[in-house]
Ligand binder design. Sequence first.
Ligand SMILES: NC(=O)C1=CN([C@@H]2O[C@H](COP(=O)(O)OP(=O)(O)OC[C@H]3O[C@@H](n4cnc5c(N)ncnc54)[C@H](OP(=O)(O)O)[C@@H]3O)[C@@H](O)[C@H]2O)C=CC1
Ligand SMILES: O=C(O)C1=N[C@H](C(=O)O)C[C@H](O)C1
Length: 266
Amino acid sequence: MEISVIVAGATGRMGQEVVRMIEQNDHLHLVGAVSRSNVGKDIGDIVGLGKLGILCTASVIQTLETVQADVLIDFTTPEHVKVHAEQAILAGVRPVIGTSGLSEKDIESLSHLARLYKIGVIFAPNFAIGAVLMMQFAAKAALYMPHVEIIESHHDQKLDAPSGTAVKTAEMIARNRSEIKQGHPDEQELIDGARGAMMSGFRIHSVRLPGMVAHQEVIFGDQGQTLTIRHDSIHRESFMPGVKLAVEKVMELDYFVYGLENVLDF
Ligand SMILES: NC(=O)C1=CN([C@@H]2O[C@H](COP(=O)(O)OP(=O)(O)OC[C@H]3O[C@@H](n4cnc5c(N)ncnc54)[C@H](OP(=O)(O)O)[C@@H]3O)[C@@H](O)[C@H]2O)C=CC1
Ligand SMILES: O=C(O)C1=N[C@H](C(=O)O)C[C@H](O)C1
């Protein structure tokens, strides 16, 4: 099936990788590129592919109004992603959302809008197949080992903490984990934040350092043993097979899907 795509955040770290992926796939057609700081420049020049004839435009709404597209891929910022998705649904364009930072309330409201307009939406906090497996293995382990902490590590330009992946992992673990109090009952933080953020009764720690891409460890502890489930994205191309799959799958949907695992045959 031929699919025409607008990329929001096309000049960013992920957006550039997405533009290259689209250009490598004959059935995917880039029809719009949105980036506020490169307006009027050819996106092909920016991503190193030569002229593609697609000039960057300033706003998602303006692009949705002027270009016919099947799918909007969004890799922008937590601040703007919800509005972009709403605008796309109202314009009859299916959002594939990679941007992190959508709250539970945002997801609920976008789900409602998607059902109302019968538009497919896929929001995947992590498009890397290995990361999706890591989350699933962690959810399974939580059935047997409820003492758990998450350590996520990312490059130091990341805006949000904890990562969307860590939040999704915690939600999946929480569904399977018996509610227990972890750690010593009299535990005290001598420096604020020393024990990380608390979510669903266990801790998430966020590391931000240059040299990193996207990494996560889920550590389970039990009597005399630990289990560590770890995933590393060492290059952003790790996310591209998942993005491509989501663009294809969203064409078949008329509702909101949260998590790539829900469109994979596991
Ligand atoms: N789901 C997944 O698998 C993955 C998700 N992510 C998430 O994707 C998001 C982007 O990450 P990354 O590529 O590293 O970030 P970057 O900062 O490199 O890129 C963000 C891009 O968005 C553009 N942008 C920002 N605001 C707007 C706006 N209002 N309208 C249009 N364009 C806008 C920026 O351009 P300009 O400043 O010119 O507007 C830039 O091109 C993050 O939330 C990150 O967590 C990242 C990796 C994988
Ligand atoms: O900002 C990033 O880089 C990433 N963000 C996503 C997240 O918040 O989980 C996915 C991946 O971890 C890379």
